[in-house]
Write a protein that binds this ligand. Sequence first.
Ligand code: SAM
Length: 211
Amino acid sequence: MSEDHRDQYYWRAKKDQFRSRAAYKLEFLIDRYGIVKDGQTILEIGSSPGGWTQVLVDRSCRVLAVDMQPMDEIPDVTFLKLNILRENALDRIKDGMVRSGIQKFDAVLSDAMAKTSGIRSSDHAASVMIGESVMRIATETLRKGGNAVVKQFQGDMTADFIRRWGKYFRDHRITKPPASRKESSEIYIIFYGLATEATDKNMHDPGSDLA
Ligand code: SAM
């Protein structure tokens, strides 16, 4: 990281022994929006190097963490190294749930983001593609009433993304945590309260509105 990018959150993270400054974004999302309660069971997508995971463990949550990059071990956290854009990602997560004795998650949180190109439209499109996978996984693995959070670079597909996935949830919010860099178009979309568990086959049917 260049010295220019070492802002107050970078130094705070060092002092607080968080693995990343991203930890403060999750603390904000939890404290302001109540997306997670202490002790809940969480699927965390895009977890490496582990700042969000540390925040969740500090709040006594049970965490299944996934990332395409490796992550140094955190006690009591199950980590799966996988690319969520791969076809078998959902099956591997479901397999991890069975092996950990998890039936459904209380929340699915994603900070996953591809490396940025600096071209706004491409970065937006890549973030929407990741978001689609996150929401497919979330709607398959959340309990009824569970929350989903997905990071996105805001752009012209954001409203349609929220419209299509929002209809499966009670409510939604868009937010930008203070620890998110001002110059970035990064936002977090919070979907509150899955209306029904994913027993409805049409939810992911290519012929449905979600395709
Ligand atoms: N929340 C993390 C923390 O607090 O330390 C930081 C996450 S970092 C901003 C984004 C992560 O998303 C990277 O570790 C990256 O490997 C992961 N990622 C990007 N695309 C992914 C994909 N398709 N599948 C799994 N992980 C992915």
